[in-house]
Design a protein. Structure first.
Length: 133
């Protein structure tokens, strides 16, 4: 099992650091890496119950970025967070919810943002132009 999880982590850049299994939900604490920096966030999924199993085949996922420095983070946290925030679209800077059947698209968006240095460079150029203009 560990080998499979390590392979998935290497392929995706996403590592699950903690899981909280509560009566009505599962919360996954995730660490995602990319060229831009490291991002920490949590995804909470409501568990299907016998009451909602038939009516809710597609469950909502709650996304919440975590901007506080993790205990085991090595590096300059403020610089990392600044780069990550600049790379993400505004809607990913705060809590959002989305249907579970779009989780792959969500992961692709985060991965694309964290690995697309062009977006960050373009924003930096725009800021320089604003200051000069």
């Amino acid at each position: 099992l560990n080998t499979k999880l390590n392979l998935i982590e290497l392929l995706s850049g996403v590592r699950c650091t903690q899981v909280n299994d509560r009566e009505k939900s599962l919360t996954f604490y995730l660490h995602q890496t990319g060229l831009v920096g490291d991002m920490y966030y949590k995804l909470t999924v409501t568990k299907a119950t016998s009451e909602n199993a038939e009516s809710e085949d597609i469950q909502d996922v709650m996304y919440e970025p975590r901007w506080t420095k993790p205990k085991n983070y090595v590096g300059e946290w403020k610089d990392n967070i600044q780069r990550v925030k600049e790379a993400l679209p505004d809607y990913l800077l705060g809590k959002i919810s989305f249907p579970s059947n779009t989780l792959l698209m969500f992961n692709n968006k985060i991965s694309s943002c964290l690995n697309n240095g062009e977006v960050r460079e373009k924003r930096e150029e725009e800021r320089v132009e604003e200051r000069e203009g």
